[in-house]
Write a protein that binds this ligand. Structure first.
Ligand code: NAD
Length: 372
């Protein structure tokens, strides 16, 4: 059996989720582990009987690796991935791909130049009901007219923000909910609807003693004035998910575990212009969207797909670097929109605008303030 010699860099919380499924992924041969924390290296190296490193550069020099999983904090994804590419190593990176769209583009270019794979762990894309929603949006809803997406599954305590020094800071995390939790949903939005034409955002810090936002609302405008509103926070509990998408041929709704697609009898425009004012027959039928279980975890599915791609078993990556960069640009534009109190036209948005804005925030020259 052909195996992929793989290292793991970053031995924190999410690494446990990844290590857990390695036993079910025989083609992934764990070869080395790396973290700047020597105790974590010692524990993992002993547990998995592999070599341990505290400097990823040494590891890339000394190990003949095929692939690496980058599971470190956000700003380090870029230098580590670039170093991996220099050593001809394929990369699967935790989300977000990195903080700055400008650097994401460099990662994509470098992987392309070296003919290496760059995949990103936007693991919601491997969940069956999100795939079904994608299919309905792409093939059955018709032209999208409006959408509302409210995600409150990301409740975090202050203990969470204090659990690692990088969390909850501009310098360490590159943002708050918009850079850490909401990227999963922005990725779904990008996958389902593509990039909007315009973005207008409001960020706020409502209930946590942190410098970054714990509350975000983004208004997106798509062609022909179709509107999408996205809202999320890390202060609300219990968790909820509410998605309501109106297309010209039906409505798709998710209310926590209740998911359904209602198809219209005719296109909405025809219903509006029909001679009768009766609304009785506008829905032809309603289908439930069931949740299905997956064998291990959503992260497993992403890594399996990455390994399959390296082994030539599949052509398609579930989430490429380019896919991940699409939603990052939206997140970067949202920060600029909020801080500069303006609507962003994405085709005119240059990543350097975010880089400059981030510099103001990380240096403390500017703080997150309310938009109004
Ligand atoms: N896909 C998901 O559902 C999911 C869930 C949680 C976290 N994440 C992502 O995973 C990443 C890590 O998050 P976490 O919660 O595990 O963080 P963490 O702080 O628990 O762990 C990060 C680890 O990386 C190490 N590290 C930092 N810089 C390093 C470097 N230069 N070289 C080697 N090691 C280094 C740290 O010492 C730490 O052990 C983040 O990008 C986060 O957004 C993804």
């Amino acid at each position: 059996m052909q195996t992929i010699k793989t290292a793991v860099i970053g031995l924190g919380v999410i690494s446990e989720v990844h290590f857990d499924y390695f036993k079910n992924l025989e083609e992934l041969k764990l070869t080395a582990v790396c973290d700047i924390n020597p105790e974590r290296v010692k524990t993992a190296a002993e547990k998995y009987r592999v070599k341990g490193y505290t400097d990823y550069r040494n590891m890339f020099e000394q190990e003949a690796l095929d692939a690496v999983l980058i599971l470190t904090d956000h700003f380090s994804h870029y230098p580590i991935a670039m170093c991996a590419f220099e050593h001809n190593v394929h990369v699967l990176c935790e989300k977000p791909i990195t903080v700055r769209s400008s650097q994401a583009q460099e990662m994509i270019n470098m992987a392309g130049k070296k003919n290496l794979v760059l995949a990103v762990d936007f693991c919601l894309r491997s969940i069956p009901h999100y795939k079904k929603i994608a299919d309905i949006i792409h093939h059955r809803l018709g032209k999208i007219l409006r959408a509302d997406i409210i995600e409150t599954r990301y409740f975090r305590t202050m203990a969470y923000y204090k659990s690692a020094v990088w969390r909850g800071t501009w310098k360490g995390e590159g943002g708050g909910i918009l850079m850490n939790q909401a990227p999963h949903i922005l990725d779904l939005i990008y996958w389902w609807f593509g990039q909007p034409e315009k973005i207008s955002a409001r960020l706020a810090n409502k209930h946590h003693d942190i410098e970054v936002e714990d509350d975000v609302e983004i208004f997106m405008t798509y062609p022909e004035d179709a509107r999408l509103r996205f809202y999320s926070n890390t202060w609300e509990t219990p968790a909820g998910e509410y998605i309501y998408i109106v297309g010209e041929q039906g409505i798709l709704s998710v209310n926590d575990n209740e998911m359904k697609f209602s198809a219209f009898e005719r296109k909405i425009k025809e219903i509006i212009n029909s001679p009768s004012d009766s609304l009785k027959d506008q829905i032809s039928h309603t289908e439930k969207i069931e949740k299905e279980t997956i064998p291990f975890s959503s992260q497993y599915e992403i890594t399996k797909n990455f390994i399959d791609k390296l082994l030539g078993k599949t052509e398609n990556l579930l989430v490429s670097g380019k896919d991940a960069a699409g939603s990052l640009l939206m997140a970067n534009a949202a920060v600029v929109s909020h801080m500069q109190k303006k609507e962003i036209i994405l085709k005119n948005f240059h990543p350097s605008e975010f880089d400059q804005q981030l510099e103001m925030l990380t240096s403390g020259k500017q703080r997150l303030t309310s938009r109004d």
